[in-house]
Design a protein around this ligand. Structure first.
Ligand code: URA
Length: 210
């Protein structure tokens, strides 16, 4: 995975994404689809994690078989919508440790302000996967990655459901070393910072708030 942005065009991902975008999809349906699609995206974001070999015996003969080299992983949810992506990744990588970053936007400075940060120990030794369904302006994502780097992380990937070109550009400028994996690159942001055509407010849709 050498590209800065990977769009996962697998038919199952695209099908599930269409169902998620549809405003008629229920809150429960939205959450279930997000879990399923995240599992498929997690497959892609972990595609190049290091392997080693282990000598085993099949019922037929001995072999050196591939097995994960055991690089520890940390999943970091960018609150609150990132929480909807945790279960999908954890289903594939149950041993991953989980952290949380909470940021809000100061209405005067328009800058992201941290209100919560809790990360697993030894981030520097871990593959860190930050999750947030919507990469919109990229400001809060870039700020969350800043915090993770300050906490020692050096190998970070960003997993989202939808990305706007503006957010991808912002992340590339701030964190060119952080690869992004997404299900779709949408057209643009609207004046209120929503992704178009998008799917609306991901947090509201998964938690049934308005
Ligand atoms: N956050 C959302 O939930 N939706 C958008 O379209 C943009 C940011």
């Amino acid at each position: 995975m050498s590209e800065h942005l990977t769009v996962v065009d697998h038919p199952l991902v695209q099908h599930k994404l269409t169902l998620m975008r549809d405003k008629g999809t229920s809150t429960a349906g939205f959450r279930q689809l997000l879990r399923e699609i995240t599992l498929l995206l997690a497959y892609e974001v972990t595609r190049d994690i290091p392997l080693t070999t282990r000598n085993i015996e099949t019922p037929m003969e001995e072999m050196d078989a591939p097995i994960l080299a055991g690089k520890k992983m940390a999943l970091v949810s960018i609150l609150r919508a990132g929480n909807g992506m945790l279960d999908g990744v954890l289903e594939l990588v149950p041993s991953a440790r989980v952290g949380f970053v909470g940021l809000y936007r100061d209405e005067e400075t328009l800058k992201p302000v941290q209100y919560y940060f809790k990360a697993p120990e030894s981030l520097k030794d871990r593959l860190v996967i930050a999750v947030d369904p919507m990469l919109a302006t990229g400001n809060s994502s870039a700020a969350a990655i800043d915090l993770l780097k300050q906490a020692g992380a050096t190998d970070i990937r960003f997993l989202c459901l939808l990305a706007a070109p503006e957010g991808v550009a912002r992340m590339k400028e701030a964190h060119p070393d952080v690869r992004i994996v997404t299900a779709a690159l949408d057209r643009e942001l609207n004046a209120k910072g929503y992704i178009m055509p998008g799917l609306g407010d991901a947090g509201d849709r998964m938690f049934g708030t308005k």
